[in-house]
Design a protein. Sequence first.
Length: 251
Amino acid sequence: MYTIKKSLGQHFLKDTPTLEKIMDALSKHPYQNLLEVGPGAGALTQYLIKLDDINFKAVELDDEKIGYLKNKYPVLSDKIIAADFLQTEIPFDEPFTVIGNFPYNISTQILFKVIDWKDQVPVVIGMFQKEVAQRAASGPGSKVYGVLSALIQAFYDVEYLFDVSPDCFNPPPKVMSGVIRLTRRNTPLDVKSERAYKVLVKAAFNQRRKTLRNALKAQFSTEVLQDEIFNKRAEALSIEEFAALTFRMSS
C-alpha cells in the first residue's frame, strides 16, 4: 500500500469514466513519445502502459510511489524518472506529448515549464484545479483572463474539455477540477521577441485595474502612448493585439 501526502498535493484520480475520457482526448492526436507527469498510484498509468508502439516515460518525485508503481507494474522498472518535474531535463530527443493529473500546488509552474519545452511538445492533456484550467483557456473580456492565458495561448490553442468533481479523487480535493488540452499553434504569434511579449503581458496584467496607458509607461514612449488602444485595460486585449504592440515598445 501507500500513503497520500498532502505536502505534495496528492489527490489520486479513481473514477473510471473520467480516466476513459482522458484517454479518449489523448487518442485524438498522433504521437510516439509520451510523458506522464505525477503518475502517483498509477490510475492513469495503467492505461498508458497498454498503448501499443509508444515510448512511455513518467516523472515522479515521491520515492514511495515509485516503489509502489515498479512493484505493481514491472514494465515501469526503467521508465520512471525520479525527479521534481520542474527541475527535469527534457526527457526525449524527439517531440513528445505530455499528460497528467498535475499536482495542484505546482500546476501553473508546470504550464510555464511546458512553454519552455514548446518546440518539443505539440500536445498537452492535463487535469488542473478548475480555476487554473479556466484561466489557461479563457479569452479577452473574461474576469479570469490574465498572464497565464496570454502566455500559454501565444503558443498553444487551449480547449477546456470537461469538469471533474471532487468525489472522483482520493482524497477529494476542496475544489472542482478541469481537464484541458493544449495543441501547439500552427502559426506562431508574430512578435518582436518572446522576451518582449512576456515583459509586455506581465506588466499589463500586473496593474490590470489601470488603463494600459498608466500600466505601461515604462515600456512605451509618450508619443506611442497617445494611441487609443492604451485607453483599454489589459483584459480587453487579444493576444494578437499584445503581439502587435511588442513592435512599438521602446526597449
